[in-house]
Ligand binder design. Sequence first.
Ligand SMILES: CCCCC/C=C\C/C=C\CCCCCCCC(=O)SCCNC(=O)CCNC(=O)[C@H](O)C(C)(C)COP(=O)(O)OP(=O)(O)OC[C@H]1O[C@@H](n2cnc3c(N)ncnc32)[C@H](O)[C@@H]1OP(=O)(O)O
Ligand SMILES: NC(=O)C1=CN([C@@H]2O[C@H](COP(=O)(O)OP(=O)(O)OC[C@H]3O[C@@H](n4cnc5c(N)ncnc54)[C@H](OP(=O)(O)O)[C@@H]3O)[C@@H](O)[C@H]2O)C=CC1
Length: 550
Amino acid sequence: MIRERSCIVKAGGTGRATQMGKTGEETGADGSMVSIADYYAGKNVLITGATGFMGKVLVEKLLRSCPEVQTLYLLVRPKAGQSMHERVSDMMKCKLFDRVREDNPDFHQKIVPISSELTQPALAISPEDVERLTSCVNIIFHCAATIRFDEPLKHALQLNVMATQQLLNLAQQMHHLQAFIHISTAYANCNRRHIDEIIYPPPVEPKKLIDSLEWMEDSIVRDITPRLIGDRPNTYTYTKALAECVVQRESSKLSIGIIRPSIVGASWQEPFPGWIDNFNGPSGVFIAAGKGILRTMRANNDAVADLIPVDVVINLTLAAGWYTAVHRLTFPPAALVYNCTTGGINPFHWGEIEHHVMSSFKRNPLEQAFRRPNANITSNYLMNQYWILVSHKFPALIYDLYLRLSGQKPQMMRIFNRLHKAIGLLEYFSSQDWEWNSENMNMLMSHLSPEDRKTFNFDVRQLNWPEYIENYCIGTKKYVLNEDMSDIPAAKQHLRKLRNIRYTFNTLLLVFIWRVFIARSQMARNIWYFVVSLCFKFLSYFRASSTLTN
Ligand SMILES: CCCCC/C=C\C/C=C\CCCCCCCC(=O)SCCNC(=O)CCNC(=O)[C@H](O)C(C)(C)COP(=O)(O)OP(=O)(O)OC[C@H]1O[C@@H](n2cnc3c(N)ncnc32)[C@H](O)[C@@H]1OP(=O)(O)O
Ligand SMILES: NC(=O)C1=CN([C@@H]2O[C@H](COP(=O)(O)OP(=O)(O)OC[C@H]3O[C@@H](n4cnc5c(N)ncnc54)[C@H](OP(=O)(O)O)[C@@H]3O)[C@@H](O)[C@H]2O)C=CC1
């Protein structure tokens, strides 16, 4: 149980002792609140989802900015033929960890992988590992989840809800636990327009749903899923809402913080600008647009694009861990929720994103683009369908024909079908506006020392969007696609070639139209001459009137 009445925590390598103040807050020897790095000194931290996008950034930041942290226990599963040790060792070789490696080449000694498959009973953690974790873990960050929008309900429920419940059960056995931080999403309650920092009543009692789905065949579950998720767009947001409810129910026994990030994008500043390693959310859209594949998408130009840089989310998460732990004895028994969003503080709109993404990819083109980057967003359904036909399907058809004729396997239509499926799932989020209250983010900031505010910066008022988007696009090029910046002149040359192909194609199309329709029919010729003579008349009229005025 973590709600100890008194506690002295020996702060690891710094030798700095922290103790409980009169109010129950953890204080330094001089009575001041400990800094974030001092708090984590000597602590044992358990992290789920450490091999994922946000988990990696969390591990990196803890090691870099809290160098006295004792041990990071990472719950990891073997995957794709790799053992958990191989996976963690590969992860630590990644460029993201360059700065940590420079500061402390032996940083890997602080990392202890623990084998765990979260969808298995008791998280499939061995009894020895359970013993080890329950005796020493001080703080848990629960990041693991399935974030797929098309995840079958049963699996999403197993991982996002049941695994969370099991982790909470494990947390309750821990003798020295001071905080449990759960990563949720700002869209858990996307069926509401205004979202406060509270846990809303769940759409269904989680336990009842789990029990009833247990005996059902997958095909039946698939059939009733739309009825169950109701006004939420997918199983992801639905199960994340249920998970919040499960977490909230343990808040009388554990000190809990819930972080709700909106759309997590590339890093803003740390460990370097533009770090991103996946196609999720807007990243895949940016890349598809940069490659000239995506030319149209349904989105509202004037809707707020609530992107939040991953380093901001992680800084807030670590600060929330610190705050939850140092205030654990003064908390009422309720989880503190932090809406981690930008829209209410420093809004930026999808129309602006489109503009900056396009101009950024023109300055820093991606290699081997299919067409010149020129994507447009529209909220009009019919307009979007028209452009899909003209700018997606027609070029795909022509290119596949070319591939077939040259003896290769056609592939473009298949790529477009997958793209349409992906953007179809994202449109819900890019076509609407939400309003999140982020008072707890401000409250937390006000509790940080000036030094911590710099080291764990989550003040998004300072975010310069055009610069951020530029670095984001460059990040997709360098870290997702592994393209070299030195190839930009060749990529520009390729775009010039594509432009020339387009001019040639348009000219040939015009000649073709002329030959087929105009040159063969007297009526079409008459209309053509009429239009041309009208243009001449207009031209001569304007020329005459401008001569008179001069
Ligand atoms: C230029 C103008 C821009 C204007 C911007 C306008 C709009 C912005 C767009 C979106 C904003 C909304 C974002 C909302 C986020 C809500 C916030 C959250 O809570 S976060 C969770 C976010 N989750 C996701 O984003 C997951 C979505 N992805 C999926 O659900 C699935 O991946 C899928 C899209 C259904 C595809 O599934 P499928 O089984 O077909 O494929 P895989 O996932 O197995 O992937 C196979 C292969 O493709 C790569 N991939 C995946 N997604 C994309 C993509 N969007 N574009 C290109 N490629 C993609 C993936 O990496 C795999 O590659 P590989 O085989 O090499 O591993
Ligand atoms: N990305 C975003 O835009 C947003 C994300 N979030 C939330 O942030 C958290 C992290 O998201 P993100 O990092 O983007 O997600 P990722 O998909 O990148 O990472 C998911 C992590 O969960 C782990 N995991 C999945 N299934 C299992 C399993 N059965 N057993 C053990 N581990 C498992 C994955 O491990 P493995 O490598 O083995 O698959 C991976 O480490 C999630 O809770 C998500 O809901 C919230 C808002 C936005």
